[in-house]
Ligand binder design. Structure first.
Ligand SMILES: [Zn+2]
Length: 313
């Protein structure tokens, strides 16, 4: 009797130790976007457990903070953010509520994925005039796979900071990731080549990095300013431009209501709305960062071919 009584606390102790070891075994990472999750998993492999806050079919500018996110952040070893002002409406309150000093800006566990990324559309003066939500330059840089390699470097450095013991593995995985991007990029660029210079319009200004990399051109937006919903006068302007220049393609995203884009397509005559993914997870098939470009280039090529391939030339 006496013996078994002593056993019980020991069993509890052993179980508790396993639980602690289990939790420490993997570096706990929270990312804002699914794209950053996918890249972190590529670099961290089995050494990391990654949770992304936004789903792939959510507008990354506008995410509702939930208590479950705060709980994840409070236990995280590392936090990865797109930065600039992409998540400025929802990340600061979440980080503050997490009370986790290890992942605050400037701490070892804080990774700003935009570090060293060459930015486009950086304004000469910072202003939210008219509700503009791209005030530090265009924040949608993860839609260029070459910049994706810089994101991966930033994440790699972050992982080495929080887990220096496994530096060699992280560096090796970074090398593999970079090589895979280089290999796939050749194929993506080759497929897009016949459409070089093609002009299109887009709902939101999310595509400058993607268009520069793949050689097409967005000339007008349904939103009068980034983050401001389409207005009647803006749509009229877009329709006029498309008619004048013979443009057919309207790029939208999964989280925009279809009415405005459909209206423009209808008024242009033969207009085609193509919904591109702005993040991993926007569709079931888009599981990894590589899938994002596989699918988006294919969607765009299909639409361009349907439009005759020479619109705007
Ligand atoms: Zn934006």
């Amino acid at each position: 009797m006496k013996k078994s009584f002593r056993l019980i606390p020991m069993v509890i102790l052993v179980t508790a130790m396993i639980a602690v070891n289990g939790a420490r075994a993997q570096i706990q990472v929270v990312t804002t976007l699914q794209d950053l999750r996918s890249i972190t998993e590529s670099i961290g492999g089995e050494l990391v457990e990654v949770f992304a806050i936004a789903t792939g079919y959510q507008d990354p500018h506008f995410v509702d903070p939930k208590p479950s996110y705060i709980l994840k952040l409070s236990k995280a070893d590392m936090f990865v953010t797109v930065g600039l002002d992409l998540e400025s409406g929802w990340v600061p309150p979440l980080l503050e509520s997490s009370r986790n000093a290890e992942i605050l800006r400037g701490a070892v566990g804080y990774v700003d994925a935009s570090e060293n990324v060459p930015l486009l559309e950086v304004p000469t003066s910072i202003s939210r005039e008219g509700g503009d939500i791209h005030i530090f330059g265009n924040p949608h840089y993860w839609l260029d796979p070459v910049r994706g390699k810089i994101i991966a470097e930033n994440i790699c450095r972050g992982l080495i900071r929080v887990d220096p013991e496994h530096e060699k593995i992280y560096r090796q995985n970074l090398k593999i990731f970079r090589e895979e991007i280089d290999r796939k990029l050749t194929e993506w660029v080759r497929r897009m080549l016949p459409f070089k210079g093609t002009k299109v319009v887009a709902y939101h200004n999310a595509w400058p990095y993607f268009e520069q990399r793949f050689g097409f051109q967005v000339v007008e937006f349904l939103e009068p300013k980034p983050g401001i919903p389409p207005t009647a006068s803006q749509l009229a302007k877009v329709i006029e431009t498309m008619k004048r220049e013979g443009l057919k393609i309207i790029i939208s995203s999964p989280y925009f209501r279809p009415q405005s884009a459909d209206l423009v397509a209808k008024n242009v005559g033969g207009g085609i709305v193509v919904t591109l993914a702005t993040s991993v997870g926007a569709e079931e098939e888009i599981v990894t960062y590589m899938d994002l470009f596989d699918r988006n280039t294919q969607f765009l090529i299909d639409a361009l071919e349907q439009a005759g391939g020479s619109a705007g030339d």
